[in-house]
Design a protein around this ligand. Sequence first.
Ligand code: AMP
Ligand code: MG
Length: 700
Amino acid sequence: MSRFDTIVMVDWSGGNDRGAVPKPDAIWAGVVRNGVEEEPVYLRNRQVAEAWLAGLFREEIAAGRRVLAGFDFPFGYPQGVAGAVTGKADPFALWDWLEARIEDGPQRNNRWQVAAGINALFPGVGPFWGNGTRRDLEHLPRKGRDRRGHGCAEFRQVETLAKGTFSVWQLAGAGAVGSQVLMGLPVLARLRRRFDTAVTVWPFEAASGQVVLAEIWPSLIRDAVKAEGDDIRDRAQVRLLARAIARLPEAELNAMLAIRSDEEGWILGLGHEDAQNAALAPTLHPPALKDDCFALPPGVDWTPVPEALARLRDILHPVVGTETVPLHAASGRVLAGDTRALRANPPNPNAAVDGYGFAHSATGDGPQVLPLVRGRAAAGLRYDGTVPPGHAIRILTGAALPEGVDTVVLEEDCRSDARHVAFNGPVKPGANTRKAGEDVAEGDVILPAGHRLRAPDLALLAATGHGVVPVHRRLKVAVISTGDELREAGDSADAGQIYDANRPMLTAILRGWGHEVIDLGRQPDDAGAIRRALDDAAKADAVLTSGGASAGDEDHISRLLREEGRLSNWRIALKPGRPLALAQWRGVPVFGLPGNPVAALVCTLIFARPALSLLSGAGWQEPLRMQAPAGFAKSKKHGRAEYPRARIGADGRVELFKSEGSGRISGLSWAGGLLELPYEAQEITPGDPVTFLPYAGFGL
Ligand code: AMP
Ligand code: MG
């Protein structure tokens, strides 16, 4: 039972007030509430922090949310210390003992005196050391090596396993934690008292409270913190720890919280570092594409389509980071990680029909007459009593099975007055009931990373307890049309001009695929104008241009990309579609599509779709291929793949558009997809099986 709605991770401080401007070495708190990450909170001193924590706990408890609150200091001392100091081997006795003695204010506190006082209770010198004040204090040595004969263990058991932890006895010096413990435990003792049974303290108590306090140690994720590059390390630590814990699979967090300790305490997540780092991995900003990634090996001539696709697939990788969005806004978005059920479906054993419920063991063959208990069980209206064996209860579809009920008989198979129900036995045990988790068990992976969410997936996510979803940021795709002859749809045009048909088509396709479109309009065949447009487009994650992509005089896109970007004209053995220009402009991949709308569409569907999908985090996508009999005869040449416009006719056969001319835009609308004819020569006669790629399979 470790489902937490709110994760708060606190980086504590044993020092004085740090001022109004956020600084390192103050107290910082990272919060993830209902899966949504909040900006870490700067808490300038412990008084401010205590008030903030109390307010947060009060608010979350009132809202019915469960809180896991982590603090980066030991919750206990080595075995035996609590008993030696307080007379009781109880860590909370030590918390209260300290709370009664520590005096704390923004500018001064008495931790040195309290530590010296504890030392005085033990023989010899120590165990506390590291007097950080100018005045010498009796019983508190300055150096650790000055100690002797105090009889306390230097480390807790957990610290012998966690490399790099400091001893609770060291009060001063870089990395020391002793002062934080002395100045932290009294605050926790007060919070614990104030919220009473709502708070439990792990691992001394089970992690069952509405608020669970736990000891954490941010060094478990030190590499991710370093990679974050925040100049305030405490801020990065709490942000990432809260994120990691919030994203952990339920079973992992349960395993972490299964540890118990009587007195010393434990570090939450020790031994589970891999899971925490894995939870953070998708958010590390993905690296840019390799420079010159589109370069083809020298001497390559017409590349067959499958080879070109395999190359693209090799070169590209996801380039977008992640964000969390509310479930209702998640349609079309790409899951950033494997998603597990936060709750079972159904959560309870329940009735699958309207009828009467009872214990199967008290029924038999032949006519059955069972007395009815008063009341009924309905969905959302739990019957709290127990149904005795040999009795029945009126029950409606979706109602949780009451205590004593394991079988339901269908209303239509019964006769009933208000007091009895009669039906014919035998009834199958468990009939008409649904078992808890029979559909999905808590913790099951329900959807994999990279899955693009569709409406039915939202139902599954909602049913299994998700209100928010971690997804990839949308891929930004810039679209540019080039050509002096182009006019905007709807404007006036003279006989020498044509309307820009590619941009409305391409922007609509990209939006349909879930990408964010940056429409950069039409550009004349002018190097300066195209350069400016490409510079503008470099804010996107990818660019689609159309026109000017071959090697002619006016093919400025090719020339510019060759001279100032990194261009590779991929001569792909494909019809329709002249060379596909693949290039990088300031590191951003550019797909230079042919100007012809028919060729532009084919190149977009066959090449840009899987490539953009890979960049967007959704993985490589194959088109949907259907086998159907040919409704035509065709003799196809060897040496290139062809994708003519096609559709399935009323007789279930594949028909071809009357012309293969790539200027025939009407054929794009006539068609319901593309025919796929591979590289080799082929003699097709009517009735032969052929491969049809429906538009719908491309997401059109
Ligand atoms: P290009 O690749 O620039 O040589 O263009 C090839 C053919 O496609 C020419 O007939 C162009 O006029 C035409 N074309 C280029 N861009 C578009 C566009 N955006 N819409 C419609 N036709 C275009
Ligand atoms: Mg042109």
